[in-house]
Design a protein around this ligand. Structure first.
Ligand SMILES: [Zn+2]
Length: 372
C-alpha cells in the first residue's frame, strides 16, 4: 500500500475514535448525527476539504451540539492544519443559536489557531475580543500574556498584568512585578542602568514579595554586591541565586566571590547551608576559602559525611577531593537536574524564574541534600 494511504487511514481511525467518544457522551439524541460524522470521518482522509464544508453546512442547518466540531478542529490543529481549525471555530463563534460561553470558548480557540499559524497580532485581537466575556476574561488575558512573552513585549505585558490584577490581585501583582523586572533586565542588558533602576523601583513599589526583586538588581547592577548580598541574607534561596548570577554574569574571580561569601556567612551563619549549596552547584567557584564555607555547611547539615571526609581540616583539602565530594553529594541528592517546580514537579538543570512546564513564576526550588 502506498504510505499516503496508510497515513490517511491512521488519521481516519483517530478521528473516528474521537467521534465515537463524543457520541458515547452525547447519548441517544446524537445517533443520527453520529452516523453522519462517521461518514465524514470516512471521507476525511481523502477529501477533507469536502468533508469540512459538508460538516459546516450541516452545522448551520441544524442546532447540533458543537462538541464534535471542537474535537474536529483540535484534530486539524494538532496536525498543523490551522486553516481548517480556524474555519470550524469561526463557524461556531458565528452561531447565534449557541450560548455566549460556547461562542467565547470558540473565540479563545480562534486566537490559538492564529497563534499556531504564527499570526500573533490576529491572535491577540481574538483574545482581546474574548476578554469582554467576563467568565473567560482571565483565560483570555493569560493567553494575551503568552503572546506578549513570545514577542518579548514587556511594556504591553505590564499593561495586561494590570488588567489581570483586577481579576486576581495576587496573580496580577506577581506577573506585573516579573514583567517590570524583565524590562529592567532588558535595560540593564543595554547598559541603561538609570532606566533599569527606575523599573526596579516601580516593581518594588507593587508590594509583591518576589525573590527576583532582591536577586536581579544584585546580579545585573552589582555596584556594591556585598550590600546586595547582605540584603538577601533574609532569604537563602535568593542568596543562592545571587551567588550564581554574580558568577555567571560578571565572571567574578573566585577570590572576589570568596570575600563576599566569607563576609556573608560570618554575618549570617544561617546562610552557611545555602552557600554550600551554591558552591555545590557551581564547582568552578570553589577555592580554599569557599571550601571552608562549604565544609562549615556540611558539618552543620551532614555530620556523618563531614566526619568521613575529615571536614574539620578544610585547609588540607585538594580540588580533587572536593570534586569527589561534590559528585558524591550530587548522587546522594539525585544528581542533576537540580531545580524542581513546586507546582508541577518539573525538573531542570538551570534555574529559571518561570517553570518551562506549567508556567508558574518563582516555583523552582533547589534539590540538594544541603537545601534548607
Ligand atoms: Zn511547573
Amino acid at each position: 500500500m502506498p504510505p499516503d494511504f496508510l497515513v490517511s487511514m491512521a488519521g481516519g481511525l483517530i478521528l473516528a475514535a474521537a467521534l465515537g467518544y463524543w457520541y458515547a457522551r452525547s447519548g441517544d439524541s446524537g445517533r443520527g448525527l453520529h452516523r453522519r460524522f462517521r461518514e465524514y470521518a470516512q471521507q476525511l482522509p481523502r477529501r477533507s476539504e469536502k468533508a469540512v464544508s459538508a460538516y459546516l453546512a450541516q452545522a448551520e442547518e441544524e442546532s447540533s451540539e458543537p462538541g464534535a466540531a471542537f474535537e474536529l478542529a483540535a484534530y486539524f490543529r494538532s496536525g498543523g492544519d490551522w486553516r481548517r481549525a480556524l474555519q470550524i471555530h469561526e463557524s461556531i463563534a458565528a452561531r447565534e443559536d449557541l450560548d455566549a460561553a460556547t461562542r467565547a470558548h470558540a473565540g479563545l480557540e480562534i486566537g490559538d489557531d492564529y497563534r499556531a499559524a504564527g499570526m500573533l497580532d490576529r491572535a491577540e485581537e481574538a483574545y482581546v475580543r474574548t476578554a469582554e466575556y467576563l467568565p473567560l476574561r482571565l483565560n483570555a488575558l493569560e493567553r494575551q500574556l503568552g503572546v506578549c512573552e513570545q514577542l518579548s513585549d514587556w511594556e504591553r505585558a505590564v499593561g495586561v498584568a494590570e488588567q489581570v490584577r483586577s481579576e486576581d490581585s495576587s496573580l496580577g501583582s506577581k506577573l506585573r512585578c516579573h514583567y517590570l523586572c524583565e524590562l529592567a533586565a532588558q535595560a540593564a542588558g543595554a547598559g541603561e542602568m538609570r532606566r533599569a533602576r527606575s523599573y526596579w523601583r516601580k516593581a518594588a513599589r507593587g508590594g509583591d514579595e518576589s525573590a527576583r526583586l532582591l536577586v536581579d538588581p544584585a546580579v545585573l547592577d552589582p555596584r556594591d554586591p556585598s550590600r546586595s548580598l547582605a540584603l538577601a541574607a533574609s532569604n537563602p534561596e535568593a542568596a543562592v541565586l545571587i551567588l550564581l548570577g554574580l558568577a555567571g554574569r560578571h565572571g567574578f574571580a573566585g577570590t572576589q566571590i570568596d570575600e563576599l561569601l566569607e563576609g556573608l556567612v560570618a554575618d549570617h551563619p544561617a546562610l552557611g547551608p545555602a552557600v554550600g549549596c551554591a558552591l555545590l552547584m557551581e564547582p568552578e567557584l570553589l577555592c580554599p576559602v569557599s571550601a571552608r564555607c562549604l565544609f562549615a555547611a556540611l558539618e552543620e547539615r551532614l555530620p556523618a559525611f563531614a566526619r568521613v571526609y575529615g571536614a574539620g581540616e578544610p585547609a588540607e583539602f585538594s580540588m580533587e577531593s572536593l570534586n569527589a565530594l561534590i559528585d558524591e553529594l550530587g548522587a546522594a541528592s539525585g544528581g542533576p537536574p537540580r531545580w524542581r517546580c513546586t507546582i508541577c514537579g518539573h525538573r531542570d538543570e538551570a534555574h529559571g524564574w518561570r517553570c518551562n512546564e506549567c508556567g508558574a513564576w518563582e516555583s523552582a526550588r533547589l534539590i540538594s541534600v544541603l537545601a534548607p
